[in-house]
Design a binder for this molecule. Structure first.
Ligand code: AGP
Length: 612
């Protein structure tokens, strides 16, 4: 996600901003920029695509930015490709106000169209620019910066943490937050804002955490915070004891755990901007009418965990659309002479958007006349750029090699796409559609409910981390979930593991089951519960130790089969796998933790596999 730093003090702001942005680099970014107001009220902005080094060179080449009040930003693109014009800070068309922003403005298009009708000219493709253009619009109307800021905050919908400068107020920096973190740092005759404490630790350890709907007015000598009614708020100050590396992980021991815990927010950010009046709306597919006209089959092509999302998608989209859906390993797809053409839609899923096997499969599909729709997390990545259509998961940067929040947001997006297509093709009843929409709306909260049982998964892992091999078994989407659970365990704990369609056990694998063999049985898919139950009995009769995952409903039937139970909340069946993967992520995490593995950077693995 984006990084924000702001400074109001006595020294040259630009140096403090660059230092702060460097400490935020770990968050992942694709462009950076700074804005400084001089004592005479001159607003100076420098920004560029690329690493901070590019910004530093840009600053070296031009007149230095003079002034002791400024804001800085590292951008993780969500709306608008990574390039110079989309980098922050964004400046209003009157050149008076500069804004940096972390979050997503969900109603930006509506506001942008309104302002264009009012004669405003936009410079970028970002949702953020709407904030600053609207702020200048209101500033011109009210001639008061605070009035303008509150007018904007009352108008925009979505998540934001923002830093604001105005050339008419060369002593002041403003900050506001809603659903995106923003801290205030207190120094000696200098004060700061930052997305996270990492950027501040070299200057101060005394901080305040802004709450939703608060606005801060900051100068070198004072900090005043106001609530949504503009009433002054007294805030508790905290002294940060963390070292820098702990701070980068937000206090979590590993990025992987941090990213597992970020899943409710990542899913909310991916889903909510695509729901309008209770309906799924894909702005990205508005010109894609032909996408569905004559599709007779769908290939979902990916690698690793993204392929496992495709396996869930196979089961789910076939049910929703009643057309053949095949999940393919990209490395196999590209050499298997697939039957392609305009009647075959190819969906490529990739967190990095740079996986070579997936990219090659994409090019093969296009060469043979298929349209390609990709689901990608990294904005402007190669796969995104070469696809006919791209849907971004707004999960934010994923640092841990073992994917978690990207996997769940890919899955949610793929399911939403299936439901959207089913509605376009009139293959889903209004009643069923509405039930799924209710499920989507409550999904982030239900993910939080699963995460609340973290101690259960940790305790189970502490009992089983010494096993030398683990079997995951399940049927239908539970089988697909088992593939991901098994990969998570292998990747980070180095324990050998296999995932099997439970009905397949009797065709050979069951010979491997012996007293003490650990089997993780997934029983969330209700229609095949009885079959799964018999498979659990099969392995238990041969001495297996069983960890059982079930929903609140299926547990009523099957929980007697094991004392090791992961029970997850009920949701709509098409969404159930989104909840089902989370205990498996945490079980793998805690097994690896018990084994002392390098969880964020497992041996032999890379976050993006750009080789064959
Ligand atoms: C998942 O935990 C692994 N890191 C790996 O399997 C990954 O999913 C695979 O390499 C695909 O990467 P991509 O999503 O960036 O294309």
């Amino acid at each position: 996600m984006c990084g924000i730093i702001g400074y109001a003090g006595k020294t040259e702001a630009v140096n403090v901003l660059l230092d702060g942005l460097e400490r935020l680099e770990y968050r992942g970014y694709d462009s950076a920029g700074v804005a400084v107001v001089s004592p005479e009220g001159k607003l100076q902005v420098k920004k560029s695509k690329g690493r901070l080094a590019v910004l530093r060179d840009l600053l070296q080449e031009s007149d230095s930015l003079v002034g002791s009040i400024g804001i800085g930003h590292t951008r993780w693109a969500t709306h608008g490709e990574p390039n110079d014009k989309n980098a922050h800070p964004h400046v209003g068309q009157d050149g008076k106000i500069a804004v940096v922003h972390n979050g997503i403005i969900e109603n930006y298009l509506e506001i942008k169209n309104y302002l264009i009708r009012k004669g405003v000219t936009f410079q970028s493709d970002t949702d953020t620019e709407v904030i600053v253009q609207l702020m200048e619009y209101y500033y011109k109307k009210y001639s008061n910066l605070m009035d303008a800021v509150y007018a904007v905050l009352n108008r925009i919908k979505g998540a934001y943490a923002m830093g604001i400068l105005c050339s008419d107020y060369p002593e002041q920096m403003l900050a506001a937050r809603k659903d995106a973190p923003l801290l205030i740092g207190y120094g000696e005759k200098e004060n700061f804002i930052a997305s996270d404490v990492t950027a501040l630790l070299s200057h101060t350890r005394t901080v305040t955490y802004m709450e939703d709907d608060e606005v801060a007015l900051i100068t070198a000598d004072s900090v005043q915070i106001y609530d949504s009614d503009r009433s002054p708020v007294e805030k508790e100050k905290h002294i940060i004891a963390w070292d820098v590396s702990a701070a980068e992980k937000g206090g979590y021991a590993h990025f992987m755990l941090k990213e597992i815990m970020e899943q409710p927010e990542a899913v909310r950010k991916t889903v909510s901007p695509r729901i309008t009046d209770g309906k799924i709306v894909f702005e990205e597919l508005k010109e894609a009418v032909e996408l569905l006209q004559n599709i007779t089959r769908i290939y979902i092509v990916a690698c690793g965990s993204a392929y496992h999302v495709g396996m869930v998608g196979k089961y789910t989209l076939e049910k929703l659309l009643h057309i053949p859906v095949e999940a393919c390993l990209a490395s196999e797809f590209r050499y298997s002479e697939p039957i392609l053409g305009e009647s075959a839609l190819v969906i490529v899923i990739s967190q990095s958007g740079e996986t070579l096997d997936s990219m090659a499969a994409l090019r093969e599909a296009k060469k043979k006349g298929s349209k390609v729709l990709s689901i990608v997390n990294v904005m402007g990545s190669s796969i995104a750029r070469e696809s006919d259509y791209v849907l971004y998961t707004w999960a934010g940067p994923e640092i841990a090699v073992a994917t978690t929040k990207a996997y769940t947001t890919q899955m949610v997006l793929l399911i939403m796409l299936g439901v959207y297509f089913a509605k376009q093709l009139s293959r889903i009843s209004e009643e069923e559609y509405d039930k799924i929409m209710v499920g989507l709306d409550s999904l982030p909260e239900k993910i939080k409910d699963v995460l609340k049982n973290i101690d259960n998964y940790q305790k189970t892992a502490s009992r089983y981390f010494n096993h030398s091999s683990v079997f995951y078994i399940g049927r239908n989407v539970d089988y697909a979930l088992g593939l991901e659970g098994s990969l998570k365990l292998k990747e980070i704990s180095y324990i050998h593991s296999e995932s099997y369609a439970a009905g397949e056990l009797k065709h050979g694998t069951i010979s491997l089951i012996e007293p003490g063999t650990l089997v993780v049985a997934l029983a969330t898919y209700a229609p095949l519960l009885e079959k799964t139950l018999s498979n659990v009995v099969e392995v238990k009769s041969r001495g297996a130790e069983v960890i059982l995952m079930a929903t609140e409903e299926t547990a009523k039937t099957i929980s007697s089969q094991s004392s090791e139970l992961f029970v997850i909340p009920e949701t709509h069946p098409v969404l159930q796998p989104v909840l089902g993967v989370i205990p498996l992520q945490l079980f793998a995490y805690y097994v690896a933790l018990n084994r002392g593995c390098d969880i964020d950077k497992p041996r032999n693995l890379a976050k993006s596999v750009t080789v064959e």
